[in-house]
Design a protein around this ligand. Structure first.
Ligand code: TYC
Length: 101
């Protein structure tokens, strides 16, 4: 093997052994979405028990935003799409975004 390729091949092999990149799903506060609906979203989409869902909702309400889950890229995308679909169906402006973890 040409020694000039050794580094590249090692890099490729290492990449395959790495854990996947992870992404935070962030929920944003607003003045119109009801507290009840946010708790429902946290339970249905993010599988949070009622008490924890309520705690997270209040934290986002107070601080303006909060990380509600950490997922691979595809799962994070699907979570955001589901939140937005549920919110638009109820005509809430609830915003949910993704950032590198
Ligand atoms: N601020 C909203 C209210 O008082 C509740 C709320 C919490 C909305 C969290 C969005 O991500 C949110 N009705």
């Amino acid at each position: 093997m040409d020694p000039r390729f050794d580094g590249e091949l090692l890099e490729e092999a290492e990449k395959e052994l790495k854990e996947p990149d992870m992404y935070n799903v962030v929920l944003h506060n607003d003045d119109y979405t009801t507290r009840e609906f946010v708790v429902e979203v946290l339970q249905v989409v993010f599988h949070k028990p009622a008490i924890e869902a309520t705690r997270i909702m209040l934290d986002v309400h107070k601080k303006g935003r909060g990380v509600v889950g950490v997922y691979t890229w595809d799962i994070a995308q699907t979570k955001v799409a589901t939140v937005h679909k549920m919110a638009r169906e109820r005509e809430y402006p609830l915003k949910c975004t993704i950032e590198a973890a």
